[in-house]
Design a protein. Sequence first.
Length: 74
Amino acid sequence: MIELRFLEELYSGRAIDAAVKAFEGFAKAELRREPGVFIVELTSTSEHDETTIARELENYALGATVEEGRAGSV
């Protein structure tokens, strides 16, 4: 299990939720929110390396946050 922490001031909660859903076929992920931070607990459910999946999920969340910002919805 890998724990990922996303600062609320930098990341969109919608983007993190979308990232978790996009990786459902590769990992089990639980998203929770604590003051100022979104936390994702990720466990690989595939043959892919857990660290690789975690880094790709982070990239997805970052990209989705940037896209929301461009659309003016962050």
